[in-house]
Design a protein around this ligand. Structure first.
Ligand code: GLC
Length: 561
């Protein structure tokens, strides 16, 4: 916090720093790397990544310097929503391996000092789950049906859905079933695909099953859970019509998102986790705004982390970024929680493409070759690296999504016939969906499937240009995105930036300028190069031609002499 030629304008956040040093709460400052198992590494060569593939490549994550991995679902599933449609919560889908493979993965990760977080999908199961099949068979009014949200339809013969809600993946959020006599009968709710029926979380039976599922994985040694759709479990009593029935506006208050009943559920889970040794964590996937509401998910007796999607959704604008950083530190700080920063994941357009778009571009439904305003890839990547430098300099925890350390762009040219996202299917091709951020990783430039496996198969086609982005090439190039990420993570750790506090050097204009733990962070979001202050640049998001000037769309970390 020292500096001779600097005036500090404010210090905005300290509770995280105090807590992190006072306790062993690793998650307050951790960098967590999201593995999307289908697309990470494929050991058996069937074109879909698997657990043994991950275990074989864990050294790359250790080299990168992440503290933990989060694995997207690898459970038994018909894979209608890439595994977010779970048919058995306590087993591994043969596509990904076996429980023994999972145990080996955890052991290998722990041996490298990497913690393992798994995905928990409690809002809905697959329609192939035994519990749902039993519900269908048992008929209206049965205990089995009360595990899910079955209702009679409206209209004279129940031919209209019980309310007007729409699925997140397009189309209505209700599907009518045939009863035992073969006649059309009740409807069930699915906020996502029709193969993902929503549980009724007011039913104690459901609550108890999930306590068992948590225990099953905790007993196997996992370090925590990323909780899918953590804002969706409680629905407003009576399931009223929604005046703006489009469910995809996750941030709007609605009868199906962010209802207050979710908090009691997470308190019970937290108490269960607290009974286990080893600092196990819960991280909410809760698309909730404003930040002062999101912070309810991370009160001291609830979850540990909640993805800061308000930050992810912020455009490349200094004023907006300052505001969201300030609001985040204030909101999370008020409940003693870290902010959990994130720029990319398996549901959004990769930030190495997204940040090149105009601020008002509508990207939520995915992008493809016909999307208007496609950005210049080089500009988008520059911004992405600068954005990463900013994010990794902030106090709190940060999640990385596999491939961002290679600067992977969104894959645009996926042939229609190869697209797999249910959003693409349900919208009859109107929404490109999320396949573009899910393409298997490039490992070796000259390898088959660019090193993803040794058969050349790939469940989504890999762009040929990705050979130049392969990890083995980037390791040899000191100016590569990979080397930049490795350096950033090492410096973040050395300077304990995750446990620091921010002081703003400038609070207006197109340049962001702040300090954390004696490191000065400068990001140029303007339209011309700027002079850098005296000091040593320890990290730069792009090679600096002139060490005294910071070009447009670039960021540096500096140590002042
Ligand atoms: C979450 C997941 C997403 C999935 C959806 C339904 O938002 O991240 O991939 O499609 O939930 O489970």
């Amino acid at each position: 916090m020292k500096g001779k030629h600097v005036t500090m304008t404010s210090i905005e956040h300290a509770p995280n720093a105090a807590r992190a040093t006072a306790t062993a709460e690793w998650w307050r400052t951790a960098v967590i790397y999201q593995i999307y198992p289908r697309s990470f590494a494929d050991a058996n060569g069937d074109g879909v990544g698997d657990l043994r593939g991950i275990t074989g490549r864990l050294d790359a994550i250790a080299e990168l310097g992440a503290d933990a991995v989060w694995l997207s679902p690898f459970y038994t599933s018909p894979q209608n929503d890439a595994g977010y449609d779970v048919a058995d919560y306590c087993d591994v889908d043969p596509l990904f391996g076996t429980l023994a493979d999972f145990d080996e993965l955890v052991e290998a990760a722990h041996a490298l000092g990497i913690r393992v977080i798994v995905d928990l999908v409690p809002n809905h199961s697959s329609s192939e789950h035994r519990w749902f099949r039993e519900a269908l068979a048992a008929g209206p009014g049965s205990a089995e049906r009360s595990r899910y949200i079955f209702r009679d339809g409206r209209g004279e013969a129940g031919e209209l859905p019980p309310n007007n809600w729409q699925s997140t993946f397009d189309g209505r959020a209700w599907t009518r079933v045939a009863e035992a006599d073969g006649q059309p009968g009740q409807w069930y709710l699915h906020l996502f695909d029709s193969s993902q029926p929503d549980f009724d979380w007011s039913n104690r039976w459901v609550q108890e099953r999930f306590l068992e599922i948590l225990r099953f994985w905790l007993d196997r040694g996992v370090d925590g859970f990323r909780v899918d759709v953590a804002h969706g479990l409680d629905k407003e009593h009576g399931l009223p019509d929604y005046d703006q029935p489009d469910l995809t506006d996750f941030f709007r208050p609605s009868p199906h998102w962010a209802q207050p009943g979710v908090h009691a559920i997470y308190r019970e889970w937290r108490a269960l986790l607290d009974d286990y040794a080893g600092d196990r964590v819960l991280c909410a996937e809760a698309w909730v705004s404003p930040l002062t509401s999101l912070s309810d998910w991370v009160r001291p007796d609830e979850m540990h982390q909640a993805f800061n999607f308000v930050y992810l959704a912020t455009s490349w604008d200094a004023e907006e970024l300052r505001r969201v950083i300030r609001d985040s530190l204030a909101a999370f700080g008020a409940v003693g929680a870290p902010s959990t920063w994130v720029l990319s994941n398996h549901d959004v357009v990769r930030h190495a493409t997204r940040l090149g778009f105009a601020a008002d571009a509508e990207l939520f439904h995915g992008i493809g070759p016909s999307t208007p305003g496609l950005p210049d890839p080089a500009t988008a990547l520059r911004r992405a690296r600068a954005a990463t430098a900013l994010m990794l300099a902030l106090p709190g925890s940060a999640y990385l999504y596999q491939g961002e350390e290679l600067g992977l762009p969104e894959a645009l040219d996926i042939p229609d016939a190869d697209r797999q996202d249910p959003a693409w299917r349900r919208s009859a091709g109107e929404r490109y969906g999320r396949d573009g951020c899910r393409v298997p990783l490039p490992w070796e430039a000259d390898g088959t499937a660019i090193g993803f496996n040794d058969t050349g198969l790939s469940w989504l086609p890999q762009p040929e240009q990705w050979r130049t982005l392969a990890r083995d090439r980037q390791r040899l190039d000191p100016a590569s995105t990979l080397r930049f990420y490795e350096r950033a993570l090492r410096l973040r750790r050395e300077h304990a930036l995750g446990a620091g506090a921010i002081a703003w050097e400038r609070t207006s204009g197109d340049v962001m300028d702040l300090r954390n733990q004696g490191i000065r962070v400068i990001v140029n979001l303007g339209d011309h190069a700027i002079a850098l202050p005296a000091g040593t640049v320890v990290l730069s998001s792009v090679p600096l031609d002139d060490p005294a000037r910071l070009p447009v769309d670039a960021a540096v970390w500096m140590r002042e002499e």
